[in-house]
Design a protein around this ligand. Structure first.
Ligand SMILES: Cc1ncc(COP(=O)(O)O)c(C=O)c1O
Length: 376
């Protein structure tokens, strides 16, 4: 708790408890953006051959240790939606194997996308309480017609942690592939994509990675990279992009073949400041401080008689605690007026997401502001 707090300017002014939505900006991000501007200003077009072109993969390598992936397995993308679309473009869905299984608690973009994939038959797994999706329900939904299981590691409304290893084992037994959305786990939960053995993973940098927008990413299991033939590709995915040859693509080696067009250099420079500070603190330390603070938020909710819509079991809880208040937007607005930044989601409540840089004062301010908002 209270780790490297002085490197996050916004913490001087607010009890900033919304890292499941937009992580605080580390001050190094300003330097990275200035570095980008300087390179553009002084090196011009030469900057492409001096590192910019490769940022699609070199910046992904900076995420890899955080999510337990080897170097060369992560490509940068614009956002999760685009990364998931690249995954979808690897499949040619036929009647005998065209089912896509996901839970109704997935982030909507992922669902919208798969609903629009030609030939996909959607099998939506229900949640009985709006908080969890029992592993058994998932296992039962996967059969020999399943092509893809689109999982969320930590559910965005409730922070429930899915049993990815069990679901992945079942998917593989049935000949299906798994794409894991790690947006709400990367940067707050220690895990290893290699150990989870998922086929693909997607994520972004806006939240716990403190990297800001425009820095989505795609992981493809190394042994699959040479076998897959993504349809959503551009010249960065070609083996010889500067030959500008007409006709079909000649796929590049490795993770490069999953890329599209010009890299989003400024966003990725800014984002690496976040990855570096997350690595500096370390995932085990981040998780330990998160568990202490989320437990304290739960105890506070109990004192104020607010139901929680997050698991009390630390093993099933990501970085957020969702407070079950019905008029969440009113409460959020009143909290923000008191300098306590949180957010709300319909049907869930007020989400409180402490990160390593938060401290007891932030949680005390939250409690006082909640008392005022709820009791008056
Ligand atoms: C689990 C999860 N997936 C995806 C997203 C966002 O997707 P995108 O990067 O396409 O905006 C969010 C939140 O914004 C999320 O919580």
């Amino acid at each position: 708790m209270d780790i490297l707090r002085d490197r996050f300017p916004i913490l001087d002014d607010y009890a900033y408890l919304v890292s499941h939505s937009l992580g605080a900006m580390p001050d190094d991000a300003s330097e990275e953006l200035a570095r980008y501007a300087l390179e553009w200003a002084t090196r011009g077009v030469q900057a492409w051959s001096e590192g910019w072109w490769e940022t699609s993969v070199t910046i992904g390598d900076e995420i890899a240790p955080i999510v337990g992936a080897p170097g060369g397995s992560i490509a940068m993308m614009q956002n999760v939606t685009v990364a998931e679309a690249v995954v979808a473009s690897c499949f040619r869905l036929h009647e005998s194997r065209n089912r896509v299984v996901f839970s109704e608690l997935n982030f909507p973009s992922v669902m919208y996308l798969w609903h629009n994939v030609p030939g996909a038959e959607i099998k939506q797994v229900r949640s009985w309480d709006g908080i969890t999706v029992p592993t058994e329900t998932f296992l039962d939904a996967i059969d020999d017609r399943t092509a893809v299981v689109a999982l969320s590691h930590v559910l965005f409304k409730s922070a429930y942690v899915q049993d990815i290893a069990a679901i992945t084992d079942r998917a593989h037994e049935m000949g299906a592939m798994v794409v894991l959305d790690c947006y709400q786990s990367a940067g707050t939960l220690p895990f290893s994509l290699t150990d989870l053995n998922v086929d693909f993973a997607v994520g972004g940098s806006v939240k716990w990675l403190c990297g800001g927008p425009g820095a989505g990413w795609l992981y493809v299991r190394p042994d699959l990279q040479a076998v897959l033939r993504p349809g959503l590709v551009g010249w960065q995915a070609d083996a010889d992009p500067f030959a500008f040859h007409p006709g079909g693509i000649t796929y590049a080696e490795g993770i490069w073949r999953f890329l599209s067009g010009t890299p989003n250099v400024p966003a990725w420079y800014a984002a690496r400041a976040g990855y570096r500070i997350v690595r500096e603190v370390g995932m085990e330390t981040i998780r330990a401080s998160s568990l202490i603070m989320t437990q304290q938020v739960i105890e506070m909710a109990d004192r104020l008689d607010i139901p929680i819509r997050t698991s009390r079991d630390p093993d099933l809880r990501g970085g957020t605690v969702t407070l079950g208040v019905d008029d969440e937007q009113r409460v959020v607005t009143q909290l923000i007026e008191r300098g306590v930044i949180v957010d709300g989601r319909p049907g869930a409540g007020v989400r409180v997401g402490p990160h390593f840089y938060n401290n007891h004062d932030d949680l005390n301010r939250l409690e006082e502001a909640l008392k005022a908002a709820l009791i008056g």
